[in-house]
Design a protein around this ligand. Structure first.
Ligand code: NAP
Length: 346
């Protein structure tokens, strides 16, 4: 099992990016087959989730309190779906379809007791009859659960709320925006470029779509003349500043992410944060794994909405592990619409 096998490849960090990530900062290399360990499961990856947050671990130091940074030579990690090849763990058998958090490699040896990503990335048996792997990885996995947790557990949305979702054409954002709309909220989405802004209205059915590349403050004020009750923040920086200005008294902000600063330094801290005090706002950061005890409830709702066709999962699919570096770079540049997935099956 320790010989070099042509079919085992890994995505490794070559060097920490100097500014924005370049494809050449990563490499896809052949490597020795991972060695099976007692109590573990050997999984062949079929689908890899590309998530914005992987960028946070590519700098020499990751943000305080977050997952550790990768060192040059390290294999990247991320959520993935695969098929069990060999099992020494109760409850898992060859042929089972599973999700785990050791993506970015063709084969992975996964310890079922490892509560990766605070439980959101633990080895989990999937039901292939329920939904295809992309849907398990997206809507029913980290993406959908993050959107659900941010809206319900963190922001406690109500049907009469006006909700702004930023990066609303992306994976988490597009699910959050649709979920809030289905809950009866008036939803404004923002995204990069006029085509994406139109897409938010035409395809996702939002009340308004705002192009973040224009005058964001003016466009948001026009889209929400009476202010907003909830801001689902995927971006931070200038977006959070505009949201603070627009919040109604006692509004809620779910701090999901701050992609504005991921690829080229920290997102700017808003200079109007005192509005949180003067307007009695609630700002709450969260990681989806903190709500693992509600994942069954969330998955049931997300699955029902997906099966009924009310909730759509848009996909940005790349083929082959070799495409993973490009997929990350594209996502950070906003060249994806919907959930970005790399498929590894031929
Ligand atoms: N808290 C959690 O548990 C959790 C879990 C998963 C993800 N997240 C967060 O959710 C957010 C979205 O992640 P994702 O994986 O779903 O990625 P995604 O939304 O599919 O892709 C990222 C999108 O962000 C937008 N973007 C990139 N740079 C930007 C900038 N400087 N300003 C504004 N928008 C920018 C781009 O869209 P446009 O060009 O169209 O704007 C891009 O498509 C991230 O902040 C991530 O960290 C949080």
């Amino acid at each position: 099992m320790n010989s070099i096998r042509e079919d085992h490849h890994e995505v490794r960090l070559v060097r920490h990016p100097d500014g924005g990530l370049r494809e050449s900062d990563l490499e896809v290399v052949g490597a020795p087959m991972p060695v099976m360990r007692p109590g573990c499961v050997l999984v062949r990856t079929t689908h890899l989730s590309i998530d914005a947050a992987v960028r946070l671990r590519l700098d020499p130091v990751s943000p305080p309190g977050y997952l550790p940074a990768f060192a040059p030579g390290d294999v990247l990690a991320g959520l993935a779906v695969g098929v069990v090849v060999e099992s020494d763990a109760a409850g898992f058998a060859p042929g089972d379809v599973v999700q785990h958090a050791q993506g970015y490699r063709t084969f992975a040896v996964v310890d079922p007791s490892d509560a990766a990503l605070g439980g959101a990335g633990s080895l989990t048996l999937l039901d292939p009859a329920l939904a295809p792997p992309e849907v398990h990885l997206g809507l029913l996995g980290g993406t959908g659960l993050t959107a659900w947790a941010g809206l319900h557990a963190v922001a406690a949305i109500r049907p009469d709320d006006t909700v702004w979702v930023s990066a609303a054409a992306g994976a988490v954002g597009s699910v959050a925006a649709q979920l809030a709309r289905l809950h009866g909220c008036r939803v404004i989405g923002s995204a990069g470029g006029p085509e994406k802004a139109a897409h938010l209205v035409d395809r996702l059915g939002l009340a308004a779509g705002v192009d973040r590349r224009g005058d964001l403050a003016a466009a948001m004020a026009a889209a929400a003349p009476d202010g907003i009750d909830v801001y689902f923040d995927n971006v931070g920086g200038d977006h959070l500043r505009v949201a603070l200005d627009l919040m109604r008294p006692f509004g809620r902000i779910a701090l999901c992410g701050a992609i504005d600063g991921y690829d080229d330094g920290a997102a700017a801290t808003p200079d109007n944060l005192f509005l949180a005090t003067s307007k009695n706002l609630t700002l709450r950061g969260f990681r989806a794994g903190a709500f693992a005890d509600r994942f069954d409830e969330a998955r049931a709702e997300l699955a029902a909405l997906w099966r009924s066709g009310d909730l759509e999962l848009e996909l940005a699919v790349h083929h082959g592990l070799d495409a993973a570096p490009r997929a990350i770079v594209d996502l950070l540049a906003g060249r994806n619409t919907g959930k970005c997935v790399v498929t590894l099956d031929a």
